[in-house]
Design a protein around this ligand. Structure first.
Ligand code: F0G
Length: 351
């Protein structure tokens, strides 16, 4: 990704580039969602990045620059994906990695990734917001530490490349972009990307930015921080977004909005994408589609071409699905037993 967009990124010497094939993710047409929304909806499936989330775009830049600067260790707070990505890119760059996470609150797939890449995990008895404060302290405390949360501008620079890819594939910017909002780095990054694309003369417009938070963790909608944010979408369980100003600017400057969706709406959107479009994303990632479906129900959906960012892969967060459904009991290994299941499957979908 760095090689493709080098002129748009901060300086990185060749020898320090830590890349594992991030970026260039698919932009997938979504006919069933489009039908419901009444516009042409595309999915930017960021779950196809090497560690399964959009974080890899920022992490390749942050870790490459940390290596170039001679840092020994990278540190981050995380609800899971940032940590998984930092762990992978630190391994690639040859740096140590320490991640600070809320105890028992990160999804299983992400925990497995962090363990696999060999990062040091600190589980704190506190939430993401407390973890970020502590990580910032660690960064201030020592010279050789690189903080790789999205308060690090290198992360935003890397993540903005997704906006460039969207414009290149569509041939122009979309009319609107629907995106989940947690710590608010990603909406900030996309808006920076779309603005730079327009200012460079590649387009004469930029999309309306439509940000969606989970209702139980929606400080930008409520206008105040949440002490105890709560939502099934653990990736965006954040009460005090670090890039608050970036998100509010994106909303104002683009004539967009930041609203909330309920956990029920998020899970319904995740299931709709998996069962009707064949695309499996994690719950937090479905917040953008949940938001579009809600706007459509209320007659407020934007027209034209809309891109919804699916921020992470569904396999990262199997917990909710496994809690609500389980594998059926085994049957005898006979033709009759298996064929009767096929009849049942066909009768449930009708002729
Ligand atoms: N979607 C997913 C899957 C995420 O992991 C995150 C953030 C977001 C959306 C929200 O993006 O924070 O830039 O507004 N995850 C962070 C983490 C907080 O630690 O992995 P944002």
């Amino acid at each position: 990704m760095i090689h493709g967009y080098r002129d748009w990124l901060p300086e990185i010497p060749d020898h320090a580039i830590a890349t594992i094939g991030e970026g260039d993710t698919p932009l997938i047409e979504a006919p069933r969602v489009s039908e419901r929304v009444g516009a042409r909806v595309h999915l930017k499936f960021e779950g196809m990045n090497p560690t399964g989330s959009f974080k890899d775009r920022g992490m390749t830049v942050a870790l490459s620059r940390a290596k170039a600067a001679g840092n020994r260790i990278c540190v981050c707070a995380s609800t899971g994906n940032t940590a998984a990505s930092a762990a992978a890119y630190a391994a690639r760059a040859g740096l140590e990695c320490l991640v600070v996470v809320p105890a028992g609150k990160i999804a299983m797939g992400k925990a497995v990734q962090i363990l696999a890449h060999g990062a040091e995990i600190v589980q704190i008895e506190g939430n993401f917001d407390a973890a970020l404060k502590l990580s910032r302290r660690l960064d201030e405390d020592r010279e050789d530490v690189a903080l790789v949360n999205s308060v690090n501008p290198d992360r935003i620079e890397g993540q903005k490349t997704a906006a460039f890819e969207v414009c290149e594939v569509l041939g122009r910017p979309p009319d609107a972009l629907a995106i989940p909002v947690g710590n608010a780095g990603n909406i900030t990054a996309y808006w920076k990307g779309f603005r730079e694309w327009r200012d460079a003369g590649h387009a004469d417009s930029a999309p309306r930015m439509l940000g969606f938070q989970a209702e139980g963790a929606s400080p930008l909608v409520a206008g105040h921080d949440f002490e105890d944010p709560e939502t099934v979408a653990s990736a965006i369980r954040i009460g005090s977004p670090a890039s608050k100003e970036g998100a509010l600017n994106a909303m104002r400057e683009s004539g967009g909005l930041i609203e909330s969706v309920t956990d029920g709406e998020i899970l319904a959107a995740q299931s709709f994408l998996a069962r009707e479009e064949g695309v499996f994303c994690e719950p937090a990632s479905a917040a953008g589609i949940a938001g579009l479906l809600k706007l459509a129900r209320e007659g407020r959906a934007p027209e034209g071409t809309i891109v919804s960012v699916l921020t992470g892969h569904g396999l990262k967060d199997p917990d909710v699905i496994l809690k609500n459904a389980k594998l059926p009991e085994p049957v005898e290994a006979t033709f009759e037993a298996v064929a009767s299941r096929m009849e049942r499957a066909l009768s449930s979908t009708g002729p």
